[in-house]
Design a protein around this ligand. Structure first.
Ligand code: CA2
Length: 140
């Protein structure tokens, strides 16, 4: 079973800046842990700061993986194009946000992606990715 995790803009800075909001672990460290927690899963990872690259990645993998865990970063609040890419592929997508976007600025309260996703997990830190992967594992 193959799961794809996609991180959007600025999430390459995890563990390096703003630890009070985003924690102090790099995503690479967390990913290594996740892969050892789920040895039976193939967990692919892609990060980009570019909207089109995120869309290309969704198209490339979205017909062959069993699930996509997507944190589109700030594109969540702006991108109809990423929303359309989610609708275009067959893989179910779970939206994850590390911070609780509803406790933050009003412009972070709306997501163009939520309605296209099977579910959303917000505010649980990196655990959100773990829970999303676990969901796909349980669903088989
Ligand atoms: O809470 C989330 O996961 C967000 O998707 C993070 C985005 C933000 O624009 C969304 O509203 C909510 C920002 C990612 C910035 O990531 C950083 C990580 C470390 C240091 C600085 C930025």
């Amino acid at each position: 079973m193959k799961i794809l995790i996609i991180n959007g803009p600025n999430l390459n800075l995890l563990g390096k800046r703003e630890p009070e909001i985003y924690g102090n672990r790099s995503f690479e460290q967390f990913l290594a842990e996740l892969r050892s927690e789920f040895p039976e899963l193939e967990i692919e990872y892609f990060q980009s700061n570019h909207e089109g690259a995120l869309i290309d990645c969704i198209h490339e993998w979205g017909f062959s993986v069993q699930g996509i865990v997507l944190n589109a970063g700030a594109y969540t609040h702006t991108s109809i194009a990423i929303a359309d890419a989610i609708s275009a592929v067959t893989a179910p997508v779970i939206e994850v946000h590390i911070s609780n976007v509803h406790q933050r600025e009003p412009f972070r309260h709306h997501s163009y992606l939520s309605a296209r996703c099977v579910g959303s997990i917000v505010g649980l830190g990196l655990d959100g990715y773990r829970l999303a992967v676990r969901h796909f594992e349980m669903r088989g």
